[in-house]
Design a protein around this ligand. Structure first.
Ligand code: UDP
Length: 237
């Protein structure tokens, strides 16, 4: 058996990545396609944790912009991530992978509460763990939740699956001259304000010497390729 580059990884997928061709909610084909890729990595023997955003359903900032209390709106955003987590659990189970959802906001009838040691045990047993409800606190994002869980769980790398295959000098969908960075430092990401992950998440990763890899979540097989050091991606370290 070839030795694996990574033992335990945390993948952050934004809620928007689950919308597929629609502009709201969940697209079953898209959720299933991502689940297939996650399942392929889990079947390589790599321990996988997942954090899924909620922006396809509700974002606290939008609620606040419409006049809601921000903390209240963020509570709704965190609940949105639980909906996505349950959808992904279902898709992963259909793909043949054992999965546990752990929520930062306890909701015992639907999923487990977040218990770090228990999550570690699940992963050691080859179960994918989906960390739902972000950090459990308003005024944070699921990017920060992903960096936090990756650090707590002792992950080797934090992966951010986005709509493009890495970090670019400009938005490649708008600027044909945009170039992809092979590697960046945390400082570059913060100083250039590259809108890939929020600053709190990058700072947390930097403090914990947790490398970040940005890749295209919609490219079939890209997650597996990245795990083998192949394909296109940007590394931040
Ligand atoms: N959220 C929160 N605390 C957290 C994580 C998320 O309050 O620790 C709320 C916040 O309202 C956010 C929403 O959940 O807008 C959805 O998360 P996010 O915007 O990070 O999702 P994504 O952009 O990745 O889909």
């Amino acid at each position: 058996m070839t030795s694996l580059r990574y033992k335990r990884v945390l993948l952050k997928v934004s809620g928007e990545a689950l919308m597929g061709p629609g502009n709201y909610g969940l697209d079953a084909n898209t959720v299933n396609a991502i689940a297939e890729d996650v399942s392929a990595v889990a079947k390589l023997g790599i321990q996988v944790g997942l954090v899924i955003g909620g922006g396809n359903i509700f974002r606290g900032v939008s609620g606040a912009a419409a006049g809601m209390d921000r903390a209240q709106a963020d509570g709704m955003g965190m609940l949105a991530t639980v909906i996505n987590a349950l959808a992904m659990q279902n898709a992963l189970e259909k793909a043949g992978v054992p999965v546990r959802v752990q929520s930062a906001i306890p909701m015992a009838s639907l999923c487990e509460p977040f218990i770090r040691r228990r999550a570690v045990r699940h992963m050691e047993k080859g179960r994918v763990v989906i960390f739902a409800a972000g950090t459990g606190n308003p005024f944070f994002t699921t990017d920060t939740a992903a960096a936090l869980r990756a650090a707590e769980m002792g992950c080797d790398v934090l992966l951010k699956g986005t709509q493009v295959d890495g970090v670019y000098t400009a938005d490649p969908r708008k600027d044909p001259l945009a170039e992809r960075y092979e590697a960046l430092t945390y400082h570059d990401m913060l100083a250039r304000d590259l809108a890939v992950m929020d600053a709190a998440a990058i700072s947390l990763a930097r403090e914990n010497k947790l490398p970040i890899i940005v890749f295209d979540i919609h490219e079939p097989g890209a997650f597996t390729a990245v795990m083998k050091g192949e394909g296109k991606f940007t590394t931040v370290h």
